[in-house]
Write a protein that binds this ligand. Structure first.
Ligand code: ARG
Length: 618
């Protein structure tokens, strides 16, 4: 994680971490570093933080923990930032930040960037996200890949990384050739095709290519009679013909047959029109410029396999080429015995491209957990051949971020009533509808800040609310877990939801606009942190920087969600306990308004990193 060198923009926990780290080293007078184990204090009566390292270190050396704690205190350099330090219990060190320190720290994060400078030191990351398949409907799995991937990309962008959003479309291979050849045989007009029709053509082509060998064998064994046997024989022969046709189509397409290439482009266009329409509902930064599908790598696949053979890593196995690993039975197939390449071969080519051409030192694959073994094998193979090293010889961090399934209330994968997979579009439209009716309902209350807004304004807010509900639910539960898609829970304005955080933000906006209406100026007011609620809110605001860094570093969007939820709660507690516009003294009012403003900007910034909008009224 990039560390700050300037004290000013450090958050308290980082600052205390480095000060105590140095103090422990001095107190022990020996080489090596020790984690100072800085934790938020459990009980605010004893301080804000504590350093819990003395016990474990003393135990290992047969020292008295309280004595070591005293020695650490004697060495620590915090230049008047904290109240006198005390040893408590078996050897904890209680730390209380002085109000002035908090004020100065808040001042240092009050600028535009909220204390998180974008490093801009040339780090580069490739995020594999969305990954839709041509001729197929986007389904709920693509929802997760897109939402999570976009959040990971935004976080890194915020920290100044160069981000490559890679939409690894499934746009090449036999299934697509089968669909194409079926559409051509049927004389379908590809110019006016809709994704729904295309999806059906895809499914039919798949079915028509599936032979039923077991059925035939069973029919023969069980003496099912000549009719059944002939029927099955015909069907199997038909499947073989269809596959043979598709293979021929693929070869023609591969060699650049102009008519076929045109048709192939037409089905990609048809798919992507609908995909971008749907993504447009979601406020994600993904466009055609991020398409780099399987077809992009098709011409270098022979080279990929050759490289593995030459290095001795790719070996023959019954006519196929495989890569073997020391620690597992399962080999990785990279060329079939009929000369065909595989999904894995393409992913190897993609790794080389991302690491060596795009120069990315971090590759994140936001893909369904069921592809875990695939990525493990592909990453290991790339490592063996050295394609995970950038041109500057930095070892790139290859990371599969696996996500779980979206379940219905019955805890089974989400289906519509008629048992079909939910299309992504249907799901988002429902969420938007629910968000809108919620917002419209609330606007009927005369006291609501949206009272009197036009229907179209309300619908715009409703859409932001509906999408926030979906995205927050997706990001907040921890990526790997399955989660239940329950719109009632997700859209509530109370609880651990996206709309709750949006609502906290909107409420602060209305306080600030009342201040503006009363021409109250507070931009230059010093921060005065006096009450426990102000202090808690201040400490939370100061934690934002570290939270963003850790969320990006650990690829755990749910950390940022948890943080924003807590911040919204602490803000409410502050607002209930501390009058703002009606504060007793002008200086206090100014400071509190600045806290409000900082909380508002922090909530908006955090939501933005998750790809969630923050309306000013709700
Ligand atoms: N198209 C694939 C699917 O729908 C996802 C692609 C994931 N990315 C990759 N580089 N393999 O399952």
């Amino acid at each position: 994680m990039p560390q700050d060198t300037t004290k000013k923009t450090q958050d308290p926990a980082s600052l205390l971490d480095s000060a105590f780290r140095a103090a422990i080293a001095k107190a022990l007078d020996e080489p090596g570093e020790h984690d100072p184990v800085i934790r938020a204090a459990q009980n605010p009566e004893f301080g804000d933080y504590q350093c819990n390292a003395a016990m474990a270190i003393a135990k290992k050396r047969g020292m008295k923990p309280r004595e070591l704690a005293e020695a650490i205190i004697a060495e620590v350099e915090l230049e008047g930032m904290v109240d006198p330090l005390e040893v408590a219990g078996p050897g904890f060190i209680n730390i209380r930040l002085r109000a002035e320190t908090l004020g100065e720290m808040l001042q240092s994060i009050a600028g535009e960037d909220l204390g998180i400078p974008a490093a801009g030191d040339g780090h580069s990351i490739a995020v594999d996200l969305c990954g839709v398949n041509v001729a197929k409907q986007m389904h709920v799995g693509h929802l997760r890949s897109t939402i999570i991937g976009d959040a990971i990309a935004r976080l890194h962008e915020r920290l100044g990384w160069k981000v490559h959003r890679e939409n690894h479309l499934g746009d090449w291979g036999l299934p697509i050739a089968m669909t194409l050849s079926a559409l051509r045989d049927a004389g379908t007009d590809l110019g006016t095709l809709e994704l729904g029709d295309l999806n059906t053509a895809y499914r039919d082509a798949q079915l028509s290519g599936r032979s039923d060998r077991r059925g035939l064998e069973g029919a023969l064994e069980n003496g099912c009679g000549p009719h059944r046997v002939i029927e099955l024989e015909e069907q199997n022969a038909g499947a073989e013909v269809n596959i043979a046709n598709a293979k021929e189509t693929l070869i023609k397409l591969q060699s650049g047959d102009p008519g076929l290439v045109e048709d192939w482009n037409a089905i990609i266009d048809c798919t992507m029109r609908e995909v971008f329409d749907t993504l447009g509902l979601m406020n994600v930064r993904i466009g055609p410029e991020h398409n780099r599908g399987e077809s992009f790598y098709k011409d270098i696949l022979p080279e990929v396999v050759e490289a593995f053979i030459e290095s001795g890593l790719g070996v023959e196995d019954n006519g196929a080429i495989v890569v073997r690993f020391e620690d597992r039975e399962r080999p990785l197939l990279i060329r079939k015995s009929d000369g065909g390449f595989l999904y894995a071969t393409t992913d190897l080519a993609a790794i080389r491209h991302r690491v060596q051409t795009l120069d990315s030192e971090r590759l994140v694959y936001v893909v369904d957990a069921r592809q875990r073994d695939h990525f493990r094998d592909v990453f290991d193979a790339a490592h063996l051949i050295g394609w995970d090293r950038t041109n500057n010889d930095v070892q790139s961090d290859l990371h599969h971020l696996p996500f779980g399934s979206v379940l219905g209330n019955d805890k089974k994968p989400l289906k519509t009533r008629s048992g079909e997979n939910f299309t992504l579009r249907a799901l988002l439209e429902e969420a938007i509808e629910r968000g809108s009716s919620e917002v419209i309902e609330r606007s009927k209350d005369e006291k609501s800040p949206t009272h009197g807004n036009s229907e179209s304004e309300l619908r715009l807010i409703g859409r932001a609310v509906g999408i926030a509900a979906v995205k927050y639910a997706d990001l907040s539960s921890g990526v790997v877990k399955d989660y239940v898609f329950d719109l009632d829970r997700m859209i509530a304005f109370e609880g651990d939801t996206g709309p709750y955080i949006q609502y906290a933000h909107a409420r602060i906006c209305s306080i600030l606009s009342r201040a503006a209406a009363g021409e109250i100026k507070f931009e230059d007011a010093p921060f005065l942190i006096e009450t426990p609620e102000e202090k808690k809110l201040a400490l939370a605001l100061l934690k934002y920087r570290r939270t963003v860094l850790e969320t990006a570093d650990q690829l755990e969007p749910h950390r940022l969600c948890g943080y924003l939820h807590e911040l919204a709660n602490l803000y409410s507690a502050f607002y209930q306990a501390c009058p703002v516009l009606k504060a007793d003294a002008e200086a206090v009012r100014g400071s509190r308004l600045r806290l409000c403003d900082l909380a508002r900007r922090t909530l908006a910034s955090g939501l933005e990193l998750l790809g969630i909008e923050s309306p000013e009224r709700m």
